[in-house]
Design a protein around this ligand. Structure first.
Ligand code: CMC
Length: 428
């Protein structure tokens, strides 16, 4: 007989089914709790709530383990390219050579934007935040690709995914060009995914940007490391929107909006701003650590701490090593990297951070790398979004393919007024 959990409340005992995940993680199934008892569970921030079962990404936050479809993240540092990882996440296994070739060709075919969509950039303020542009333009893809609003089969899903994964780079680069007042550079069908993005960002008419292998590899690694992270804030948003049967474009656009927040993907911007402030002399690493510990001060050490990792984020470890590699191969130094290392050293010796198990997360070193590649700060979270898009698509697909999916609709504990009468304006 399968195991049950027993909940005792007042004079009642309720048996609840138990689910066990691949690695032995246990979840008490409360889906029938309200029907049986009239009670709900209370979990603001959903830190203890499994909102779905998923076979895409596995995290053991205590041990600092991250796996995509079972493959440890460390194994992605040398081998695959981002497109291969995207396919793996979406379709559940590593692609065969011809499958990867076909998908790459679909990306190339779809790298341009409809001229109508392109003109929209000209009507935006020059200083429009690229994350706002990205969210709006992904949403607007629905206007130009209406054949992909209902995805009935794998072929249609693949075609929609290819459009999103390919066009997101073009949209991102066009938004950057707009912010600089520079002419748009079209994608080059001969280039690989990351090199093509760098080309659209940095080439100028009649002068092609030379993509160095170190920079291309580092960007490929950044995209791979961001590609999925199970039920984080933006992915939960994508799933929530998708649970209402909203289309893939609308769902991913909502994911971008969630990612923009400084507690989520926006943290990579906050980290660099913090390091720059320290470098400019406005703050010392020691005072920064003290400010982060001070409960009267809303300041947090950006790039530190994680809802799930209570150990070193494996992505941060890989990116830290990548920083060392890239800076030495480019024969460059960055004082911000030294400051980041100093902050990490101070934090990891401090009982405040030790007791709360606060370690560097993925955002702590990614900005330093992106900055070394010449990307401006307001494009950092956009790069996170480009990386995360395959994960959002994979999660949306998994939910879409699951016939047991129900619309996401949490309950609440109401604490407002009891029933009172409406008071006409003249009597208030
Ligand atoms: N600096 C100082 N104190 C912190 C920090 C930090 N960065 N992070 C958590 N704490 C403290 C927090 O004040 C609390 O202390 P106490 O128990 O005394 O009240 C304790 O640690 C637990 O924090 P929490 O806010 O309950 O943790 P959470 O799981 O709700 O939040 C987090 C996770 C990532 C939002 C948070 O650690 C944070 O704000 N970090 C800084 C922003 C950041 O780097 N975000 C990127 C996250 S990783 C990539 C991504 O998701 O995009």
């Amino acid at each position: 007989m399968s195991e049950k959990a027993v909940l005792t409340f007042r004079d009642k005992k309720i048996e609840l089914p138990v689910l066990v995940g691949t690695d032995g993680e246990v979840a008490i199934d409360i889906t029938k709790l309200r029907d049986q008892t009239g009670m709900i569970t209370f979990d603001p921030g959903l830190g203890n709530t499994g909102a779905c079962s998923s076979s895409i990404t596995y995290i053991d936050g205590d041990k600092g383990i991250l796996r995509y479809r079972g493959i440890p993240i460390e194994q992605f540092t040398n081998h695959p390219n981002f497109v291969e990882v995207a396919w793996l996440l979406i379709f559940g296994r590593l692609p065969k050579r011809d499958e990867l070739k076909a998908f790459s060709e679909q990306l190339t075919e779809n790298e341009l934007l409809h001229e109508g969509l392109k003109h929209q950039f000209q009507h935006l303020p020059v200083d429009a935040p690229p994350m706002a542009i990205l969210s709006a333009t992904l949403s607007n893809l629905a206007c130009y690709h209406q054949g992909f609003l209902a995805l009935e089969d794998t072929e249609a899903l693949t075609a929609a995914a290819a459009r999103l994964i390919s066009k997101v780079r073009t949209i991102a680069a066009f938004s950057y060009r707009r912010s600089r007042g520079w002419p748009i550079i079209y994608p080059d069908p001969k280039m690989r995914y990351c090199a093509n993005f760098l080309h659209m960002m940095f080439s100028i008419p009649f002068q092609q940007y030379i993509v160095t292998p170190e920079v291309e590899d580092a960007l490929n690694l950044i995209f791979i490391l961001h590609a999925d992270h199970e039920q984080n804030c933006s992915t939960s948003t994508v799933r929530t929107v998708g649970s209402a049967k909203a289309n893939l474009f609308a769902s991913c656009a909502a994911g971008v909006s969630a990612l923009w927040g400084p507690l989520h993907g926006g943290a990579n911007v906050e980290v660099i701003q913090m390091l720059e402030r320290i470098h400019a002399g406005g703050l010392s690493p020691e005072s920064c650590i003290e400010a982060a510990k001070d409960k009267a001060n809303p300041f947090r050490l950006s790039g530190f701490g994680h809802r799930v990792y209570k150990n070193y984020d494996p992505r941060a470890k890989i990116l830290h090593e990548c920083c060392d590699r890239v800076f030495s191969s480019l024969n460059r130094q960055d004082p911000l990297l030294d400051i980041a290392r100093k902050l990490e050293e101070l934090a990891l010796q401090d009982s405040y951070f030790i007791d709360r198990k606060l370690y560097p997360n993925v955002d702590f070193y990614s900005g330093i790398l992106l900055r070394a590649m010449g990307l401006p700060t307001n494009m950092f979270t956009v790069c996170f979004a480009i990386g995360r898009l395959p994960g959002w698509i994979a999660q949306w697909k998994e939910q879409h393919d699951d016939p047991s999916t129900r619309i996401t609709r949490p309950r609440q504990v109401y604490t407002g007024n009891d029933a009172i009468d409406y008071v006409p304006m003249e009597q208030r």
